[in-house]
Write a new protein. Structure first.
Ligand code: C5P
Length: 235
């Protein structure tokens, strides 16, 4: 039983026979500028599914729970069903992208401690930056839940840095999303892949992330494939 529940820019979610489990299928598509740029990228779905699975398994081993259950094929995985919190949480170690334009930080400038920002997930409003008071007023999360989300974001950052450093990579920033399971437990959800991170080669500065597509500097599938191979090497 695989009823399509939702189709997003890069993934499809299907119902399964189990009401608490969904199947996620990663698509061979890439978008930028809120979906106004759109291309097919054969092989990208497989890479993001395998990379996200690998990262979520490593996070679980580091004591960070997520919705991930298991990889079921090269492009699909099973996840726990959660109610998504409509917020994007961005963790920044090094300035890049939006924050260089919004606040004029120099690309590569270090944030110590890392910066954590919240954005409302709303395409029509272009995902605006929000603060704690906005989130509480909009009933997105309670005061304590926001503390918990920040704590988890910091733990995930430490775990991701531990994965990427031995790969010879710098993690400039990344975006995560959380959901609540039926008991109200907060779980890391969505994906962590080169689509949602900025990853730079520590020696050469080469990008292994979606900026390759955003800035049209090469083949996004080749960049993600290189990242995947580096990740497989470190076990
Ligand atoms: O665009 P910005 O500089 O805020 O992005 C910060 C990080 O969050 C980047 O790694 C980017 O790929 C990721 N991001 C994302 N989805 C969004 C916005 C940002 O994965 N909608």
């Amino acid at each position: 039983m695989t009823t399509l529940l939702y189709e997003g820019k890069s993934k499809r979610m299907y119902e399964t026979g189990d009401p608490f489990v969904l199947k996620v299928e990663y698509k061979d598509e890439v978008t930028a500028k809120n979906g106004s740029r759109h291309d097919f990228a054969p092989g990208k779905g497989r890479l993001n599914n395998l990379i996200t699975s690998n990262i979520f398994e490593r996070l679980e081993a580091a004591g960070i729970p997520s919705h991930f259950i298991e990889t079921t094929s090269e492009t699909t995985q099973l996840v726990r069903r959660v109610d998504m919190i409509p917020m994007e949480i961005v963790v920044r170690n090094l300035a890049a992208g939006d924050i260089t334009k919004r606040l004029g930080f120099k690309k590569g400038e270090e944030f110590a401690p890392p910066l954590i920002e919240f954005f409302l997930k709303d395409d029509a409003l272009h995902d605006p930056l929000i603060n704690r008071a906005h989130a509480i007023h909009m009933k997105l999360a309670t005061h304590d839940e926001i503390d918990e989300l920040k704590k988890r974001a910091n733990q995930i950052n430490v775990a991701l840095l531990d994965i990427m450093e031995p790969m010879g990579l710098k993690l400039a920033d990344f975006k995560i999303e959380f959901g609540r399971d039926r008991k109200g437990n907060i779980l890391l959800a969505d994906e962590i892949s080169p689509d949602t991170c900025r990853i730079w080669d520590a020696a050469t500065g080469e990008n292994f992330d979606k900026d390759v597509y955003r800035e049209s500097t090469g083949s996004i599938v080749d960049a993600y494939q290189k990242f995947y191979e580096k990740m497989e090497e470190i076990k």
